[in-house]
Design a binder for this molecule. Structure first.
Ligand SMILES: *[C@@H]1O[C@H](CO)[C@@H](O)[C@H](O)[C@H]1NC(C)=O
Ligand SMILES: *[C@@H]1O[C@H](CO)[C@@H](O)[C@H](O)[C@H]1NC(C)=O
Ligand SMILES: *[C@@H]1O[C@H](CO)[C@@H](O)[C@H](O)[C@H]1NC(C)=O
Ligand SMILES: *[C@@H]1O[C@H](CO)[C@@H](O)[C@H](O)[C@H]1NC(C)=O
Length: 398
């Protein structure tokens, strides 16, 4: 009887991960966060994508050496003044956890949505959300615009990296003010008396990114160095001599709506998606360090990328990184294909990163995760990598 009661209480208190009964209980709320942006985007010279034929042509165009370069493709500016609906999930660790006032605000990369951080299969072995909660942190994950359950605005004029960076900035300030939950539409029930979620107000925010999400997190500290307390940039490496601007040709893109008219019915012109599981493997996973089930999962949760996200990669960055005082940890798979042409060893200069890029940072570190591809959170041994980042943060009091 007592155990039945305990179970009912547990069900009321915590939303369990459906597919993973072994996952630890967690207190989470799913939110629809309204985020108002007033910024300037760029009109890019690029072909339109309304079919698979167009998608291949767009890739060819972007990589043809005689095509207009980045500066030449900037043919105008666009005012972006609107409110986006952002779908996010806030989770707090079990009561009494000593780091619950430190929020990990995680931004996923291209090809995924927030489910990248929290696979519904083998949660204990792969989920960043699970690992961070177990470490006593709170975690907020969200779907970037153009993905998941967030708005999917114009793929040419709106879904660009400086717009995404401004959204990250707004989410950060909303979280810091303690109004993340009260300002949002509550999409999942949480217990009335559990005010840890309703009034959650972090004292510190660590920005965690994967790939494009790392570019946004780094872009945040390079534009607003006082608005973050620390960064874990995964699938990202400063001064990487092999970085060819995230080579679009290796993605294997098709027009999202033609690739799967049901899955991508809300994605209009200009949204591309990886065509096959083999494309996902080449971009994200390395044979020997991934389980087939995780490739299946990656394929199942795949998400489109807007063409202008690639055009605008560099617009996320800013001039003030040297003023950032928190710790910066970069984590990259040893065999990251897109970023390091398959071998990251010896492709970067840590001294240069410390002295030239982040001279004021409390600490700067690089972890090369052995034998792993670009999709770190979906690769074997993922949690051992998280452990290294957490220990890195602890050294700086986070
Ligand atoms: C790429 O596309 C742009 C826009 O349509 C066009 O102006 C440019 O000439 C194209 N480049 C090549 C090499 O086809
Ligand atoms: C792009 O081309 C223009 C003119 O051909 C040149 O002045 C500029 O330096 C180039 N920009 C980049 C980023 O390569
Ligand atoms: C969210 O919804 C649940 C269930 O309706 C409710 O118990 C809870 O108080 C709500 N939280 C907020 C912040 O509105
Ligand atoms: C797992 O990851 C940790 C942290 O990077 C590393 O020290 C360890 O060698 C890895 N194990 C294997 C089998 O690659």
């Amino acid at each position: 009887m007592a155990s039945v009661l305990a179970c009912i209480v547990a069900l009321l208190c915590f939303k369990r991960s459906k597919a993973s009964p072994t996952a630890s209980p967690r207190a989470c709320v799913e939110l629809e966060v309204p985020v108002s942006i007033d910024t300037t985007a760029i009109k890019w010279l690029q072909p339109r994508v309304d079919s698979n034929v167009d998608a291949v042509d767009w890739v060819a165009n972007a990589t043809t050496w005689t095509s207009p370069n980045m500066t030449e493709s900037m043919i105008g500016t666009i005012t972006v003044r609107q409110t986006f609906k952002i779908n996010g999930q806030l989770c707090v660790p079990p009561k009494g956890s000593k780091r619950s006032d430190i929020l990990h605000l995680a931004t996923h990369g291209g090809g995924f949505d927030k489910r990248y951080w929290d696979p519904e299969i083998k949660t204990k072995e792969y989920s960043y959300v699970e690992a961070a909660l177990a470490e006593g942190y709170s975690v907020f994950t969200y779907d970037r615009i153009g993905t998941g359950k967030s708005d999917k605005p114009d793929a040419y004029d709106i879904v660009q990296l400086n717009v995404q960076r401004e959204i990250l900035r707004k989410l950060t300030s909303l979280a810091r003010s303690g109004k993340l939950v009260s300002a949002s539409k509550n999409l999942s029930g949480i217990r009335q008396t559990d005010n840890r979620l309703n009034n959650y107000k972090p004292s510190k925010i660590v920005h965690v990114g994967h790939s494009l999400g790392s570019i946004l997190s780094i872009g945040l500290i390079q534009n607003y160095p006082t608005e973050s307390d620390g960064v874990i940039a995964t699938g990202f490496l400063h001064t990487n001599v092999q970085l060819g601007g995230l080579n679009v040709a290796t993605w294997g893109f098709e027009f999202a709506r033609q690739n799967n008219p049901i899955l991508f019915k809300d994605h209009g012109s200009g949204y591309c998606v990886q065509a096959t599981p083999s494309n996902v493997q080449l971009q994200f996973l390395k044979k020997g360090t991934f389980e087939p089930a995780l490739l299946d999962y990656a394929w199942k949760v795949r998400q489109p990328v807007a063409v202008s996200e690639f055009k605008s990669l560099l617009t996320a960055f800013g001039p003030d990184g040297a003023k950032f005082k928190g710790p910066v940890h970069m984590v990259i798979g040893e065999n990251d294909y897109g970023n390091c042409a398959g071998d990251c060893k010896g492709t970067y200069d840590l001294d240069m990163i410390k002295t030239q890029i982040y001279p004021a940072a409390k600490d700067v570190g690089v972890l090369i995760q052995p034998g792993t591809g670009h999709g770190l959170a979906l690769s074997k041994n993922a949690t051992a990598g998280y452990r290294v980042s957490f220990d890195f943060l602890h050294k700086s009091g986070l």
